[in-house]
Design a protein around this ligand. Structure first.
Ligand SMILES: *[C@@H]1O[C@H](CO)[C@@H](O)[C@H](O)[C@H]1NC(C)=O
Length: 163
């Protein structure tokens, strides 16, 4: 129960549309809600304050998405905004639902077995998310890796793990 309340705090209230649509669209949405939670936990502590941490590179939102990532993810926009409008990227990255859908699209596109364990799962998505599709076999930065792994282990201990 406790973990479900936590999930609601972190996700349901932010991402309810994707929660509703998530089931049964495994290929459309390869990343589970738990995985999304641990990705945002490791990237930003799931701090949903609209913010870009780098003006030049534009690293924005709960998943700390870059402009290039957003482009690769198909330039999703909020509220019918034109993808080539000046604010389209920042508005999407700072919108938890649009940002989560961007993560889904990015993983759908770049899905691969980065750690060579024979599976494509959240451990691979964590690498792809942080280091990009072409650098995902590298070591993860220490703090990112430990935050992410603690989050996953915490869910697995509670029997809520995906794998
Ligand atoms: C979330 O981020 C904002 C902006 O960086 C910061 O002011 C705020 O303290 C953060 N909230 C938490 C709970 O860490």
């Amino acid at each position: 129960m406790q973990i479900l309340q936590l999930l609601c705090l972190l996700l349901a209230c932010l991402l309810s549309p994707s929660l509703v649509r998530g089931q049964g669209h495994v290929l459309d949405k390869p990343v589970t809600e738990l995985c999304l939670t641990c990705l945002c936990e490791a990237m930003s502590g799931c701090n949903a304050t609209a913010i870009c941490t780098s003006q030049e590179k534009g690293i924005c939102g709960i998943f700390r998405i870059t402009w290039a990532y957003w482009v690769d993810a198909g330039k999703l926009t909020v509220g019918g905004e034109q993808p080539d409008s000046e604010e389209a990227f920042v508005n999407c990255a700072n919108d938890p639902h649009c940002a989560a859908d961007s993560v889904q699209n990015y993983m759908k596109k770049f899905n691969q077995d980065c750690n060579g364990d024979g599976e494509m799962d959240c451990h691979d998505y964590a690498r792809i998310h942080r280091m990009g599709a072409y650098g995902c076999t590298r070591e993860m930065p220490y703090k990112y890796r430990t935050t992410f792994e603690d989050c996953i282990e915490n869910y697995e201990e509670q029997g809520l793990g995906d794998e």
